[in-house]
Design a protein around this ligand. Structure first.
Ligand code: NAD
Ligand SMILES: O=C[C@H](O)CS(=O)(=O)O
Length: 476
């Protein structure tokens, strides 16, 4: 009998009406029974969060920082256990899962530090006629209840990017984790309790997104909705949230440009990592590689050779690179898109097959620009490689996308690096590395359909606060 997980509301485990069985995507082994929140549970969680906020809003910054620092310390201490949870429920390779935990600890540490840096601004009132004898300043105050809806692919760190800044800012939060990876979130309940977070400030309600969405986005106590996931769901969330503050961290089909003069040997390993880490199920995974004509043949040959060396295996094997994709539905979609791409002219340079729930790492060339593997977000172990003649042409091609999260450009020329940095239409331009590069304090978010707002602790925290201007008349 596997463990039954209830809902975490108001600092207590609450019995849900229904449970669903959670399975390991790689082995299909049953892992746990997960309580499924209903809209009434979401409302209860929001009411509890609202109640707890009335006291938590006055917690001093040092107390909030202390709780977050303690959370970071506990997670660091228990990071092996956490990595195993990620590997089990998400089928992420254990090495990638450990990397995620090390970043998660940093994200909570950054949150602890940022909690103490809530600076305002003094306005030079006497710069304006009529502003004499007035003292003007701004301050940022917490909003109240924040609701967070998170995806499956980084179940600890992308939750940390919402929970950490929300608490640092003095808000309370209701978290709805992805259906596929609820255990990573439920684990946090006791961690935050041990760290001293008052009951009701963090509530965790696994369940179906479409069932809970309305309550989480429309309840009058909800002052901010922060969502990470697909563009399609992001659009629904935006429609529902109306005038509430909103952050949307959505998908992408990230381009990586390898310019003339680059040493190919130095880019192969990073290109393979960027395209296939966690089976390409990373929002800033490399989907389109543009290689200068002079390097194209050599790059393709070495890239395919290295891709063929990736090890398909159990998430728990230290040697494993590639594991099952998150669901059969996702596997079927990838196969359909691949078949369509082939019919539309693409060549399969390697991979293309399926082993159990695993899709082999696949490299495509000659891809039609109207194919789904070019236009949409693949979110699987498939990558398209194109030759280009001029950097201008490669940048235009890279920008030919509804998405704009991160882009990457390798070039030996400082001038061309600045040129590309100016012209690429993405929230982040990563020069001399892959677009898949992210550290947890950098501003992070998309242009175009890749999203609204920014995360990266300090930036997320700002978007979870309201700014107030105060003017004090000091004399006549
Ligand atoms: N930009 C980023 O920072 C970032 C990070 C990670 C993942 N992503 C994106 O997330 C996607 C993959 O994750 P996923 O498959 O979990 O995404 P998804 O959109 O299917 O699900 C994300 C969350 O939304 C919930 N949801 C589903 N339907 C809903 C609805 N109708 N209303 C409200 N919530 C609903 C899900 O339960 C889950 O918690 C990819 O597109 C990826 O690029 C973006
Ligand atoms: O999947 C998208 C994530 O934002 C990638 S990362 O965890 O931030 O590197």
């Amino acid at each position: 009998m596997t463990k039954k997980w209830k809902l975490w509301i108001g600092g207590k485990w609450r019995e849900p009406k229904d449970y669903e069985t959670l399975t390991n995507p790689h082995t299909e082994e049953e892992l746990a029974e997960i309580g499924q929140a209903e809209p009434a549970d979401a409302v209860e969680a929001i009411v509890e969060a609202h109640r707890s906020f009335q006291k938590f809003r006055d917690y001093p910054a040092h107390a909030r920082a202390k709780i977050l620092a303690k959370v970071a310390a506990i997670l660091e201490e228990r990071s092996d256990e956490c990595a195993k949870i990620i590997a089990k429920e998400g089928a992420k390779s254990i090495r990638n899962a450990r990397e995620e935990m090390s970043r998660t600890v940093q994200t909570y540490r950054f949150s602890a530090e940022e909690a103490k840096r809530n600076y305002g601004e003094r306005i030079p009132m006497d710069a304006a006629e009529g502003g004499e004898n007035r003292f003007g300043y701004t301050k940022r105050t917490p909003l109240g209840v924040v609701t967070a809806i998170t995806p499956f692919n980084f179940p600890f760190n992308l939750v940390a990017h919402k929970v950490g800044p929300a608490i640092a800012a003095g808000n309370s939060i209701v978290l709805k984790p992805a259906e596929q990876t609820p255990l990573s979130s439920l684990f946090l309940a006791e961690v935050f309790k041990e760290a001293g977070l008052p009951a009701g400030v963090l509530n965790i309600i696994p369940g179906k997104g479409d069932v809970l969405s309305e309550a989480l986005t429309k309840h009058p106590y909800v002052k901010k909705v922060t969502f990470t996931g697909s563009v399609e769901v992001g659009y629904t969330v935006q429609q529902q949230a109306g005038f509430r503050k909103l952050t949307l961290e959505l998908g992408s089909n990230s381009p990586f440009i390898i310019d003339e003069g680059v040493d190919i040997d130095q880019v192969i390993e990073r290109s393979v990592q960027g395209a296939f880490s966690f089976n390409g199920q990373v929002c800033i995974s490399i989907q389109r590689i543009y290689v200068h004509q002079s390097l194209y043949e050599a790059f393709l040959e070495r890239f395919v050779t290295r891709t063929n060396q990736l090890v398909i295996g159990s998430p728990f094997d230290e040697k494993t690179n590639i594991t099952a994709v998150i669901s059969k539905k996702s596997l079927e979609r990838l196969q359909t898109w691949l078949d369509e791409a082939i019919q539309e002219g693409a060549n399969v340079e390697c991979g293309g097959g399926v082993q159990g729930n695993v899709m082999e790492p696949t490299v495509l060339t000659n891809v039609n620009r109207d194919s789904k593997v070019f236009r949409n977000e693949i979110f699987g172990p498939m990558v398209c490689v194109f030759p280009f003649d001029t950097l201008e042409e490669a940048i235009d091609d890279a920008n030919d996308s509804r998405y704009g999260l991160n882009s990457g450009v390798m070039t030996p020329s400082l001038e061309r690096a600045f040129y590309a940095a100016e012209r690429l239409e993405t929230g982040g331009v990563i020069v001399n590395d892959i677009p898949t590069y992210r550290i947890d304090n950098m501003p992070y978010g998309g242009w175009k359909d890749s999203g609204v707002g920014r995360e990266g602790v300090k930036y997320a925290m700002r978007e979870m606060m309201e700014q107030k201007f105060i003017s004090i008349k000091t004399g006549d």
